[in-house]
Design a binder for this molecule. Structure first.
Ligand code: SF4
Ligand code: ZN
Length: 341
C-alpha cells in the first residue's frame, strides 16, 4: 500500500520539486536509457531513471566502502555493526549495506539502536527501526541512556544550560554505540553520515580552528584498543539522494524530528552549506575532496591519541575520566534535589 502511494507520488513528478529540490527538472528522460527520469542530479547535470539512479548511488557507495574498508580486505569473518536511528540516512545505510555485503561470504550485519529517551521522537523512530530490521532480516540490539546512566535525554535537557542538548546526546550515544559494537565483536561500525553532514563537519571544525578534531573525523582506518573503527558508507551521497534512495527502495524509515534539533550548533553550517551548494552545485563534493587531500598530512601531524581506561567506567579515553562520565556527573549534580540550575 505504502509503495503504491509512493509510485503515484513519483509518477506525478513530486520527487523533482520536493525530494530533489526546487531547481530540479525531472520532466525529462533518463540520459542512459531513455526511460522516465526520477531524479535530476544538479551537480552533474544528469537525468536518471529509477534503476540508473539506484546504480548511480550504489556504485559510489561500493567504491567508497572498498576504500574505507581496505584494511579488512580478505578477512574471512567480518561483522559489521550499523548505528540505526530509524531516520532516513541510517535506514538507507542499513538497506544498502545489506544489499552490497550480504553476498560476501562470512559477513554478517547487526543493527544497533540507542534509545536516548526523547518523548514523541524516539518511540516512533524505534518502531520504524524494528520494522526495517524485520523487513531485512537483520538482528537489532537496543541500548538506552536510562539503562546505562539512569537518565533520559529529556531529563538531561531540563538541566543542561551552557551546552546544547545535542552535545550531551552525541557524546553519550557514541559511548553506548561503541560499547555495544565492541561487545558484539563488530569489526567496524557504520554510521549514516551523508555528504551534507560531512561537509558541515569539515567547515565547522575549520571555522572553529579545531584542526585536531578535523583530523579525527571518520572514517577510521586504524584500529585502537577498545574503539570500534567507524565507517561512513554514505559520505559521498547528498542528503536528498539518500532520502530518494530509501523512499524508492521502500526502505522503512521515520520522518519524526527530534524536538531538540533546532538548538544544534551545526544548523548554522547546514544553512551555509545549503546556500553555497545552491549557488555553486558541487561545493559539498569539493569540500570533501579538499579534506581528503589534506587527510594524510593531518594524520601525520596528529598521531592516534594515547588511550587509557577511564578511572570511573573503564572505557577508553584520553583523559583520566572520560567525557561521558564527566557530563553524566555534571547532570547528576545539577539534578540533585534542592539545587537550582
Ligand atoms: Fe540527540 Fe540532538 Fe540528534 Fe536530538 S537532534 S537525537 S538531541 S543529537
Ligand atoms: Zn568513563
Amino acid at each position: 500500500m505504502r509503495m503504491r502511494k509512493a509510485t503515484r507520488f513519483f509518477s506525478m513528478g513530486w520527487h523533482c520539486a520536493e525530494a530533489m529540490g526546487p531547481k530540479n527538472d525531472c520532466t525529462k528522460t533518463c540520459d542512459r536509457c531513455g526511460q522516465e527520469a526520477v531524479a535530476f542530479i544538479r551537480y552533474s547535470g544528469a537525468h536518471l531513471c529509477r534503476n540508473h539512479f539506484f546504480e548511480f548511488v550504489e556504485k559510489r557507495v561500493r567504491k567508497d566502502l572498498k576504500r574505507q574498508m581496505a584494511a579488512w580486505k580478505g578477512k574471512k569473518r567480518l561483522r559489521v555493526g550499523v548505528a540505526l536511528s530509524g531516520g532516513k540516512d541510517s535506514s538507507a545505510t542499513l538497506g544498502i549495506l545489506q544489499r552490497l555485503l550480504s553476498k560476501r561470504m562470512g559477513t554478517d550485519i547487526v543493527a544497533i539502536l540507542v534509545d536516548e529517551g526523547i518523548e514523541g521522537y524516539r518511540p516512533r523512530t524505534r518502531e520504524a527501526a524494528l520494522d526495517l530490521c524485520q523487513q531485512l532480516g537483520v538482528p537489532l540490539v537496543i541500548g538506552s541512556f536510562e539503562k546505562e546512566f539512569g537518565l533520559t535525554m529529556d531529563d538531561i535537557a531540563t538541566v543542561a544550560r551552557e551546552q546544547t542538548p545535542c552535545t550531551y546526546c552525541g557524546v553519550l550515544r557514541r559511548y553506548i554505540l561503541n560499547m555495544i559494537a565492541r561487545e558484539l565483536g563488530c569489526d567496524v561500525l557504520a554510521t549514516g553520515l551523508n555528504l551534507d553532514d560531512t561537509a558541515q563537519s569539515i567547515l565547522m571544525n575549520i571555522a572553529r580552528g579545531d584542526v585536531e578534531r578535523l583530523a579525527r573525523l571518520g572514517p577510521h582506518a586504524r584500529v585502537q584498543k577498545g574503539l570500534v573503527p567507524r565507517v561512513q558508507p554514505l559520505r559521498s551521497i547528498p542528503e536528498k539522494e539518500s532520502f530518494l534512495y530509501a523512499y524508492l527502495k521502500g526502505i522503512r524509515f521515520s520522518h519524526a524530528e527530534c524536538p531538540y534539533a533546532d538548538a544544534a550548533v551545526r544548523n548554522k553550517y547546514r544553512k551555509i552549506i545549503f546556500e553555497l551548494e545552491d549557488d555553486s552545485p558541487g561545493t559539498r563534493h569539493a569540500l570533501l575532496q579538499s579534506y581528503e587531500a589534506l587527510r594524510e598530512c593531518l594524520a601525520e601531524r596528529f598521531e592516534p591519541a594515547n588511550l587509557r581506561p577511564c578511572k570511573a567506567c573503564g572505557e577508553p579515553t584520553v583523559k583520566e575520566v572520560c567525557e561521558t562520565c564527566t557530563l553524566v556527573a555534571d547532570v547528576r549534580t545539577r539534578s540533585a534535589p534542592g539545587r537550582k540550575t
